[in-house]
Design a binder for this molecule. Sequence first.
Ligand code: NAP
Length: 282
Amino acid sequence: MYTLIDGRKIASEIRSELKCNISTFKQEHNREIGLAVVLVGDDPASQVYVRNKIKACEEVGIKSYAFYLPREVGQNELEEVVRSLADDGKIDGILVQLPLPDHIDSEKVLALIPTEKDVDGFIGENIGNLCLKKDCLVACTPNGIMEMLGRYGIDIKGKKAVVVGRSNIVGKPMALLLLNADATVTICHSKTADLKSECLKADILVAAIGKAKFITADMVKKGAVVVDVGTSRDADGKLCGDVDFENVKDKCSYITPVPGGVGPMTITMLMCNTYKAAVKRG
Ligand code: NAP
């Protein structure tokens, strides 16, 4: 019998803990904690993400500052906005919602975010520090997954972990976090020669691919912990993950659902990172 990892429940627990901590911080430091969110253009999915981030700020007591810029914004103008937020004492965290339009050099924009305000954990110095196992701001999705595994008492040390996906925002930091927690880690991607045999070795299998129901039951070892990061739509337009949940679940010891697994943790970890950045700044 498998245990369903309830991301909504953990996220809600963390948010209540955070709300208390933030309230204490505000009293002790006599100031607000500020998160700046920069959105360029009117992509509906990005608008939903930004709205949810602002809502989460309200819930935990973080003051959000939203900057909505038109799709046609110039590189210089966008850089100026980020530069001013970098220097702004009210702002503890800066988030530039990705993807940016094609005419914008995203790397140049992100590079203007100071390491200590990079609450998405996307910039080189934070990734480097993660690699060196130093304290840093860690990308929210993999950080949330570690938190879920921890809160369910799932042992990582000495376990064989397989991460399918090698993106800079999910797969790679996920693999580093698992490695830092003493798992033996394999990273798979679209050029992996025999994905099924790699997946079958996993005690902990993390799927971050973006292909609906791609991980099937024959790819999962009995008793594995399966974490599904994917958010795709199936043929009926229903939100579903990278894992064929219905057929995989009975082989697992633990499994995350989609929706209600990894998703709710991501924004919660953004709130945690913003609080952490504020505490560091004092
Ligand atoms: P991404 O940048 O597109 O990366 C996808 C990865 O999957 C790539 O490394 C790719 O390999 C690999 N891949 C693609 N097809 C494959 C195949 N047939 N076999 C093995 N590997 C394959 O995506 P991402 O940003 O990491 O996101 C992954 C999924 O997670 C998406 O569905 C996204 O929406 C979701 N997501 C959810 C949350 C959340 O909070 N729930 C947060 C972030 C992302 P190559 O490198 O070789 O191309």
